[in-house]
Write a protein that binds this ligand. Structure first.
Ligand SMILES: CC(C)(COP(=O)(O)OP(=O)(O)OC[C@H]1O[C@@H](n2cnc3c(N)ncnc32)[C@H](O)[C@@H]1OP(=O)(O)O)[C@@H](O)C(=O)NCCC(=O)NCCS
Length: 161
């Protein structure tokens, strides 16, 4: 996949995706989630585990938790060689639309993570507070970002707008 704009699909994460997801996770984070962590996500009834795939190969993923009216973005990463092709944007848009009946979305992000801060701002997330020394590896602060979601105009039985 070399083109600037990625043309794959967003779909549910499957157990067979985990080797590639872990590869991307380990390339992307100083405190990566474990395989057991991702396996637990696949089993959570309130978990939303998505991948972006093209020609059967995974290039990015997003994990979210839907608890009542709240949608929490828990993890999002794109393979370093395939960034700036709109993959995170596709994953985030799909997630927000699929849970279009949620009232609120939120997440934490490192204060130094300019790429993610810019992405979330582009989606209308606003910084609402700071969690001091939230990340245990370097005691970096987390920015809490939230976004009010507009009420859906129409809704099908699965809650998808
Ligand atoms: C943050 C991350 C998920 C973005 O993924 P991506 O697929 O490259 O993002 P997209 O191509 O969809 O970019 C969408 C928008 O985000 C912003 N953005 C993304 N990367 C950026 C960067 N390096 N610098 C500035 N803005 C950036 C831009 O507004 C961009 O829109 P534009 O291309 O029209 O300017 C990716 O950099 C990543 O995996 N980082 C490591 C893991 C991580 O930090 N995850 C987030 C944890 S909270």
């Amino acid at each position: 996949m070399n083109s600037r704009a990625a043309t794959g699909i967003v779909r549910r994460m499957m157990p067979d995706d985990l080797n590639r997801v872990l590869e991307i996770e380990n390339l992307s984070f100083s405190m990566p989630w474990s395989r057991a962590g991702f396996e637990a996500e696949l089993a959570k009834p309130y978990g939303r585990s998505l991948v972006f795939a093209e020609d059967g190969r995974v290039f990015g993923y997003l994990i979210a938790w839907r608890v009542e009216e709240d949608l929490h973005i828990a993890n999002l990463a794109v393979h370093p060689e395939h960034r700036r092709q709109g993959i995170a944007e596709k994953l985030l848009r799909h997630c927000l639309e699929a849970d279009g009946d949620a009232a609120w979305a939120g997440l934490e992000v490192r204060v130094s993570n300019a790429a993610a801060l810019t992405l979330y701002r582009k989606f209308g997330f606003c910084p609402t507070s700071l969690r001091r020394a939230y990340y245990s590896d370097n005691r970096e602060d987390a920015v809490i970002m939230t976004k009010d979601l507009p009420p859906p105009i129409t809704r099908n039985p699965n809650g998808v707008v």
